[in-house]
Design a binder for this molecule. Sequence first.
Ligand SMILES: [Zn+2]
Length: 152
Amino acid sequence: MKLTPHFTLAELTASSKASQLGLDNMPAEEIVPRLVRTAEMLERIRSTLNAPIVVTSGYRGQALNRAVGGVTSSDHTQGHAADIVAPGYGSPYQIAKLLAPLVATLGIGQLILEGVKGKQWVHVSTRVPDKTVNRVITITDAGAQLGIQELA
Ligand SMILES: [Zn+2]
């Protein structure tokens, strides 16, 4: 099922961890319109990057979220968020640098550059965090920092 021209429901719910653990990661019906909004945001990001986006993690049901050690309040569990990379454009740092000044224009509620346990990706959510100061942050093994910071 296509959510938008370049993103499918399957892409936004796929999880190797879920298949490995035999978890059903299909969202409840009320989550699907949120995934459409998330995919629409991804379309705007795709146009800005002018490169294809690979979604490494989209919707995560509670069981999957627990299995990957996600925080219980994670926007992934509500269908608002996606973790992305776009090797055709550049590194996650380069992507986050480009997007940071454009969050309002592109309808990105929260932008996080994540560099954790040797992996790097960009987390984008349609939801603006309760503390708006956290709208654009960098998270590493050392913790969270405001803004987009170069990863070690
Ligand atoms: Zn994420």
